[in-house]
Design a binder for this molecule. Structure first.
Ligand SMILES: Cc1ncc(COP(=O)(O)O)c(C=O)c1O
Length: 291
């Protein structure tokens, strides 16, 4: 794991929000249009623009910004059709919001062991591959397993993979960004993550049906045409009648402070991994050439 730079700052204190983010947030507050769908004539909106930019950054067709990383995972599971009582595979070493997302849809976690490297144990996954048709994979502490082997196991067993990239925003495996291996990728923008909105999250996918369901679930009030990183209106034709509203939207204020932070991630052009301190509470960014 070659390191180009060692982090020497505080594990628990964040960097300030970039000045252009502060300016953008003030402009949103001056407008009063904080709700993502509250737009002036001709305005695209900070949240819709944020989604468009994040989709482009990770190379996804569709992106949805939501209220938290936990909300992104819950929405992804529900949009993927996971039903109460369904088993969902997940790594045994992760943080509470991961099994929490499985519990939130009434599903039942089936835990897969972890290796000394803190990644999912692929031999154990192979053994348990017939026990569920969905894997919620957490790249815990920024450690990414052999994704080629993981996807081969899952593809052969018909397991759909949802990646929890709360610790791997900006990281990649063999050139593929984390979050882009399975049917959906979920990210967190909570203060202790790579980008800081206080709270927030993203869901990305190339699946038009999953994206349409996720947008409806997040609470689009039939305003899905105001999204810029959404599937075409035809994808909503049936979905809009059968998908409940479980409000978990991102707002324009958070989107405004996130957009310049995402640009910074892009400018640095390096892979990141997140390192959480011994108490498990804080996280910091380490620049590295590879993961
Ligand atoms: C591994 C992991 N997954 C998911 C999340 C969920 O993020 P959020 O706090 O935005 O719900 C966290 C948050 O710390 C996390 O550490």
């Amino acid at each position: 794991m070659p390191m180009s730079e060692i982090f020497t700052g505080s594990f628990t204190q964040q960097e300030p929000i970039p000045e252009d983010g502060i300016e953008a947030a003030i402009a949103v507050m001056r407008s009063g249009r904080i709700h993502r769908y509250n737009l002036a004539e001709g305005e695209l909106g900070e949240t819709a623009l944020l989604e468009q930019e994040f989709a482009a950054q990770v190379g996804a067709k569709y992106a949805l910004a939501v209220a938290s990383g936990g909300a992104a995972m819950t929405t992804a599971l529900r949009a993927a059709g996971v039903q109460p009582g369904d088993p969902v595979l997940s790594n045994a070493f992760t943080l509470a919001p991961v099994p929490g997302a499985i519990a939130a849809v009434g599903a039942v976690p089936v835990y897969v062991g972890v290796t000394e490297d803190l990644t999912i144990d692929l031999d154990d996954l192979q053994i348990k591959a017939d026990q569920a048709s969905v894997l919620l994979l957490s790249h815990m502490r920024g450690h990414i397993c052999d994704m080629d082997r993981l996807m081969a196991i899952c593809d052969e067993a018909g397991i759909r993979v949802i990646e929890d990239c709360a610790h791997t925003m900006g990281a990649s495996w063999n050139g593929t960004p984390s979050g882009r291996h399975g049917i959906a990728g979920c990210y967190s923008c909570q203060t202790y993550k790579h980008v800081n909105a206080g709270e927030g999250g993203f869901l990305v996918t190339d699946d038009a049906d999953l994206a349409a369901r996720a947008i409806m679930l997040s609470g689009s009030y039939m305003l899905f045409e105001r999204h810029l990183a959404a599937p075409p209106p035809e994808a909503f034709t049936q979905v809009k009648y059968e998908t409940p509203n479980i409000s978990s939207r991102m707002d324009n204020l958070r989107a405004a402070i996130l957009r310049p932070q995402l640009r910074q991630l892009e400018i640095l052009g390096v892979s990141y991994f997140t390192c959480v301190n011994a108490s498990g509470g804080g996280a910091a960014r380490w620049r590295s050439k590879s993961i």
